[in-house]
Ligand binder design. Structure first.
Ligand code: V3L
Length: 86
């Protein structure tokens, strides 16, 4: 897919890039026009909702984060999947 674009989820005061595998899955579902689907991330089931651009923990809907698809070069990216850029 177009490598200039990446997927990000909201962190405290910034954004985290999704890990490569998850990012590629999001990109392919997005390309296929899927709107809402479940995905396993680090052992938890999350719902990805492209209509509202959020990820939500399936068993605890209060755990909601904004998501975005944007250029890799956007400012405010903290790292990848919790691994901080140093
Ligand atoms: N990919 C990887 N880990 C995730 C993801 C994801 N898409 N979604 C949630 N987690 P929740 P700061 C994040 C992790 O939403 O300092 C960051 O990756 C999430 O990790 O309540 O606040 C950092 O590791 C959290 O540890 O289900 O910016 C960490 O938060 C846990 O799942 C701190 O980031 C519960 O998230």
């Amino acid at each position: 897919y177009d490598n200039q674009y990446q997927w990000f989820y909201q962190g405290g005061n910034g954004w985290w890039q999704y890990d490569d595998r998850t990012s590629q899955e999001l990109e392919s579902k997005h390309k296929n026009g899927e709107k809402v689907f479940e995905i396993l991330i680090a052992g938890f089931l999350y719902i990805i909702d492209f209509e509202n651009m959020v990820q939500v923990r399936r068993n605890d809907r209060s755990r909601k984060r904004k998501i975005r698809r944007d250029l890799v070069s956007i400012p405010g990216v903290k790292g990848v999947a919790g691994l901080k850029y140093s």
